[in-house]
Design a binder for this molecule. Sequence first.
Ligand code: NAD
Ligand code: DAU
Length: 350
Amino acid sequence: MQIILITGGAGFIGSHLTRLFVQKYPHYKIVNLDALTYAGNLNNLRDIENEPNYTFIKGDITDAALVNRLFAEHRFTGVLHCAAESHVDRSITDPLAFVRTNVIGTSTLLLAAKESWKQDYNNKIFYHISTDEVYGSLGETGFFYENTAYDPRSPYSASKASSDHFVRAFYHTYQLPVKISNCSNNYGPYHFPEKLIPLSINNIMNNKPLPIYGKGENIRDWLFVEDHARAIDTIYHNGKIGETYNIGGHNEWTNLALIKELCRQMDTKLNRAEGTSAGLITFVKDRAGHDLRYAIDATKLKEELGWVPSLQFEEGLSKTIDWYLANTNWLNDVVNGHYKDYYEEQYHKR
Ligand code: NAD
Ligand code: DAU
């Protein structure tokens, strides 16, 4: 019997991962611990919320008493740690929030797992979900490998790098059975509309300007979120303890080229004249310390565990746009903050 704690399961990637595990493994028990920050949204999980193998708990990963109690009560055999502050721009204005959740929260979970599992580490896994941004920024050529030296350059990536180091330290010092994956930029349904792709979809739908930082020459390596969830499933079950795996799509786009492709597809889907949406592109002040290029080499994951992405980018982008066009209630609730009213009603009365 596997009893898995997923942290941050109400967020973007966490909700896809939670859905995958709840549906694919009906004999596992899945407990989703999420603080429901601005980025957490229970509407992301409506379709599985009543499944018998799924439990939601509202709580903060920095709350050691709560986390220890949950380990004692549920006797977790595994942890899939997704909870984080995840937006680079927010980390520039409020770095301490990132230290708190990403560094202290991760360390709190590690300590609880170590304490709870210390009699027997067999068949236990602490899986830490991390980012390619820990490796820093590439020039025009080259890739990030699993042994690329860490060189974080934003408060967000510094906090994620720090959390990765704590996970590695718990493996080396206490032999805690850990796994880490570092993934490139994700996109897909339920992506919070502060990030480039969903923000641009929402703005195109509403004829608002599309803010492109600097000259739009920065490059990101995009992966469909369900492919990321599949990779985590593969690594969780078949990856080696103590190892790091890079996950990426070999799919590099400059921000400007990506937004032009998005505009092209949306003009067609919205029956607008060609070039209408691209007319909304607006160049704005660059992000402070803006990393130029990320590109993942995911050969290890392919050769050792057989994982490859399932979707070409144009197809994944088309599916993503279709999802947002079909789910305007989800999008409008997020943009208007109505989903917060629901939390107030649901949790305040307790
Ligand atoms: P997200 O911001 O959409 O979701 C984060 C979730 O964590 C939310 O549900 C939020 O409520 C929850 N949370 C935040 N602070 C918490 C706390 N203190 N206690 C409990 N829950 C808390 O993030 P995401 O984009 O889904 O990213 C998930 C993970 O994947 C993060 O660790 C991120 O670093 C990593 N990652 C993201 C990407 C990407 O492109 N989005 C790529 C690679 C790795
Ligand atoms: O690489 C993985 C990382 O990808 C994850 O670890 C992060 O959690 C995730 O947020 C993402 O970080 P980025 O900073 O790359 O994503 P974002 O969508 O914020 O920005 C993508 C690119 O687009 C980046 O070069 C900045 C630029 N951008 C972003 C926004 C929001 C714009 O030009 N305009 C914008 O309005």
